[in-house]
Ligand binder design. Structure first.
Ligand code: MRU
Length: 381
């Protein structure tokens, strides 16, 4: 471990009886008792007619669940980041396809096939950078091609496929955690960016999965969460889910990471990914690249944790990754308050690309992968 300050005290509430326990009534965070016990960012509603998500636009102030049924609801939830994070939007896209097609189960076969293609393309167009979304939709379309029978039977097959995508994502997260925990020495101080935790996946997350597994085993690990401008996924979401799991978390604004590393207060960085090219170049939340540069400057290992479904062997390198550009008001008027003049132009890419050569290792569901990177034969099934 690198020198510097002692690790912040570990919350003495471990081991829990689930990964994401709600603080008890005696806890200072008593208001969270209205929250469910386990974080499930995406799941079926109890009657199976809707995709139930946690509305991530309003956390941490409010806890609201939304049921998505129509194509418009599914597309809007993904585009506005009510559900977000590469694996979670893949899962929600697949499940949303099923929910939005349900009213058409009695349509003629040709009409149903047309609907299926149209719904898949509309959902695919919501966000361009994370490969998990097209990966999941392509998998759904392949399943529909293989299915036989009337639209109702095809829909049943699609529901099975979407349920498998969710279950597999959960298993991949667990596996990333089991592999990644080996990187965490006792008392490790981990810096992360954005949210690559339970809220971003169908399971316990990617970058946060090793931390959850370490905590499960009673190890004291603490996390420093970059706030993550402009939408604050780090302070609003990562800090929220870690705090409710009883894991010590410190929030910092993005510009403070360099000073923390300069002081020797960070042992390693772990971030998630939205798309990993065959070369190992990584698209992830804007600001990840700066963090990788700072980590390299200070000799801090920089890890990327991701499931196989985030690896895109068809994209040779980072230059070929399409980066989503988002609206000016996310920067100019965050959360409704004007903080830059209306006349100023705004630069607001949602992601950047970190060259693979700056990544110490990838933590995947198949194990830890070290350089030289060649993901040209990878990818989800
Ligand atoms: O715009 P977002 O919030 O969807 O961006 C999310 C990220 O960049 C995550 O780091 C990435 O999707 C990995 S989530 C396991």
């Amino acid at each position: 471990m690198r020198g510097g300050r002692a690790a912040p005290p570990f919350h003495a509430r471990w081991p829990p009886d689930s990964f994401f326990p709600v603080p008890s009534a005696t806890s200072s965070a008593a208001s969270t008792t209205r929250h469910p016990r386990v974080i499930e960012a995406v799941r079926w509603s109890p009657d199976g007619t809707a995709v139930r998500i946690i509305d991530q636009r309003v956390l941490p102030g409010d806890y609201v669940e939304l049921d998505l049924r129509t194509l418009a609801e599914v597309c809007d939830a993904i585009a506005t980041l009510a559900v977000r994070g590469a694996p979670a939007i893949g899962v929600a896209g697949a499940m949303g396809l099923v929910a939005s097609l349900a009213p058409h189960a009695n349509a003629a076969s040709d009409a149903f096939a047309g609907r299926l293609a149209m719904h898949a393309e509309r959902i695919r167009a919501t966000r361009p950078t994370a490969v998990n979304l097209p990966w999941a939709l392509d998998r759904m379309l392949r399943r529909a091609e293989r299915a036989t029978g009337a639209p109702r039977e095809i829909l049943d097959s699609l529901r099975d496929e979407a349920t498998s995508i969710l279950a597999e994502d959960r298993a991949m997260c667990r596996s990333i955690g089991e592999h990644g925990v080996a990187l965490l020495t006792p008392g490790a101080r981990v810096l992360t960016h954005c949210n690559a935790g339970a809220l971003a996946t169908g399971g316990m997350g990617t970058a946060l999965a090793p931390i959850y597994v370490a905590a499960e085993r009673g190890a004291a690990v603490s996390v420093f969460a970059d706030e993550t401008r402009p939408l604050l996924q780090g302070s609003r979401l990562t800090a929220w889910e870690l705090a409710r799991a009883g894991i010590a978390v410190t929030v910092l604004t993005d510009g403070m990471a360099a000073s923390l590393m300069q002081r020797g207060s960070i042992d390693l960085c772990i971030v998630g990914a939205d798309r990993i090219a065959a070369s190992g170049d990584v698209a992830n939340k804007i600001g990840t690249y700066s963090l990788a540069i700072v980590a390299r400057h200070h000799g801090v290992p920089f890890y990327v944790a991701a499931p196989s479904s985030t690896i895109d062997p068809a994209v040779p390198d980072g230059e070929a990754i399409v980066i989503e550009q988002r609206g000016a008001d996310e920067v100019r008027r965050p959360f409704g308050r004007l903080i830059a003049p209306e006349e100023a132009a705004v630069y607001n890419p949602a992601f950047d690309v970190t060259p693979g050569e700056m990544v110490t290792a990838f933590v995947t569901d198949r194990g830890i992968v070290r350089p030289p990177y060649d993901f040209s034969r990878w990818g989800g099934e």
